[in-house]
Structure formats: structure tokens, C-alpha cells
Design a protein around this ligand. Sequence first.
Ligand code: PMT
Length: 400
Amino acid sequence: MLKGKNVLLAVTGSIAAYKTAFFVRLLVKEGAEVQVIMTNSAKDFITPLTLSTLSKRPVIIEPFDPETGEWSNHVELGRWADVMVVAPASANTLSKMAAGIADNFVTTCYLAAKCPVFFAPAMDLDMFYHPSVQKNIDILQSYGNLLISPQEGELASGLCGAGRMEEPDQIIQVLSDYFAEAKELHGKKILVTAGPTYEPIDPVRFIGNYSSGKMGFSLAEVLARKGADVTLVTGPTVLDTPARIKNRIDVHTAVQMAEVCYDLARDSDVVVMAAAVADYAPVSIAKSKIKKSEEVTSLELKKNPDILAELGKRKKKGQILAGFALETDNEKENAFAKLQNKNLDLIVLNSLKDAGAGFNTDTNKVNVLFKNGEIKEFPLKDKTLVAGDIAAIIKDLLDS
Ligand code: PMT
């Protein structure tokens, strides 16, 4: 998986830098082109000569050589790399990366990198668990950078715990798995919907539901990680766009969501409707805030379009349509009815009877129902892992 890949390896100041000699050797053996860049402190732990010799390329430490006037182009390198690996990533470098500080060649290249960036922290356990370090790791992950967690064991300080940089052969495995996964859905166009719809009553009130968008956003992220070209259509949510999602369309109402989805679905290989679309909307929207004194005691409602049912009618040959069913009673029976009525290939059932499942939680417990009557049951998991299970099912269906 690493043959012919351009790897930009950033080595920073930690005793674990000694492991990068083995890491570079393994990368070269795998057929990767390796460009090593280092911070000045990293030189105290491993010599540039060692890494230049193993990588067969001069190591870059300074962006500019005042004697020769030569400079190294961080933007070019950032675009050359298929992947950047910061290993070991010291607490100091992590904090600069999280804050966007570009005061050396490593952090400058990091900001310029257009490729996926992995980082493998290495430090003493108390440093690793310091809230600022943990916060920086969270920030970096929220930018889409990929954490290679440190291992537990004896540390240079003599203490025992988390902080040991992952072993080079394991990092190779992580990178290989990443490139393998990124091929799984390459070339597939996938439309994912997420969040609630808000149906306005007047300028300050609406009919809505508790959907946070987490399930749909997780799905979009995992499908994009597998190489799919994902468009995320979402109702109102506070969630940030996942790093790999380039196309996000925000809508408010079911009618707006319907228009966007009908258009995008024509060109999609897969449609996954995780949105909690309101079934009804007020017949009329008051132009001004309805006053208490107006004594409105009932609202006249009209039916919203059933987007998924319409997509089921318009389904193209070979297209996969996946719905969700949020149920409270007779769950499987109701979900199977939706699967059939809406002409779906699969439906993901979540029940509000299961603690930790459904709306506005970080977890979900789902059963996936297929049109041949088969049911796959999954335990309660983080929504990212649930998304992984659903994405694997979609891939199998596309391959079959
Ligand atoms: O966003 P989270 O807080 O993470 O919560 C996730 C979730 C509970 C919203 C999600 O897992 C989920 O179950 N989404 C679908 C909720 C829902 O609307 O279920 P339903 O059984 O009413 O609808 C069945 C399917 O038809 C759904 O795929 C829905 O998107 C679609 N539908 C429904 C009504 C409608 N008018 N148009 C539709 O397309």
C-alpha cells in the first residue's frame, strides 16, 4: 500500500526520535519515497546524517540557509506529500500545530500540507495527560488529523504509563490500512442527509425534533474516509463539517431538503437518509410573531413530502437507497414496512426504547434490515463505530 507514496516525516524533540531510523528504513523497504524534516531539538536525539542516509534524501531542518541563500519550499513539500507523519510528536510541537504557529520548518510544512496528517505523540505520562496536551490532541483531531495513540509501558523517565511512541512497524500498519481503506469506495458518489428539519410557524417558532445530526455526520465522515465523494445535506445543527467533507448543503425545511436531494440523487450511487425529516409543516407561516393575546389554540398542518419514498420511486438501476427508522413500538415490523413501501435496499432501525440509542446521544444501537428479510443486530456503540458498520454494509452491497 505504501509503494510509490510520498511520505513527509516530521521528527520533533523527544527521545522516541531514535525509533525514526527504523521507521524510515521500513518505509523505504515498503517502496515509499521519504522526505525527513526535523526540528532543531530533534537533532539532540538523532542525527540528520542517519536519517539522510536511510531516506536517501537530505534532511531539511531550516527553511533558509543564510550562507548559500538556498531555501526549502514548504508549500511545494506540503503538496508533494501523499501523507505527513509527525513522529515523534512532542508536546511542544503539538501545541504549535494546534495553535497554527509556524515558527520552524516542521510546523510551517504542517500548515501547508494538503494531505492527511498523522501524529504520534511521545512524552512522559504526566505531560501526556495534562489537560492542555489532551485539548491540543482533540483540536488536531477536529481538524481531521489522525492520532496514532502512544502505547503504555516504561518511559524514559523511569515512570510507567502512556506516552511511548507507537512502534515503527505498527505505524507502517496504520498507514497501510489508511491507504487501503481510502480505496474502498473510491469513485462512488454518496448523498448523506443528517439532522432535523425545522418547519416555521412564525419568525420565532418552529416544529422540529431532537436530532443533533451526529449520526448523519459520522456516516458522512466514515464514507468519505473510505474514499467516497460525499455530499452532506443537513438540517439545522451546531456540528462542524467533518474535515474530509468538501460538499455540505444546509437546509431548514423538509421541502428545501427534498429539492436538494431530488437533484443530487440523480447523480448518486448511494443515498443514505439519516435525517429526521418532519412529516408535517404548518399550512401558513405567520409574518410576525404570534402574540399570546391572539389565543391561537391549534395549528393547521399539511403533509411534507416523503423524500425517501419519492427517491424510492425514482431509484436508478444499481443505486443503493438506505433509510433510517426511528421507532418506539413494533420496531422491526414498522421498519420492514418502511423498507418495502419506500423501495429501499436497507433500513437502519434505532429504537427509543434502547437506552443510549437514537436522538442526541454519542452512541446508538441499531439493527440493519435488508429487503430479503435478513436482520443484522449490533450492540450499543459510539456513533462513529455504528457509521463504520453501516459503511461496511454499503460497501458489500456495492461489491455484490
Ligand atoms: O441526529 P442524531 O441526534 O444523531 O440522531 C440520529 C437519528 C435518531 C435522527 C437517526 O439515527 C435516525 O433514526 N434518523 C431517521 C429518523 C426518522 O425520521 O425516522 P422515520 O422513521 O420517521 O423516517 C424513515 C426514513 O424516511 C428516514 O430515513 C427519514 O430520513 C425518511 N423520511 C421521513 C419523513 C419524510 N417526510 N421524508 C423522509 O425522507
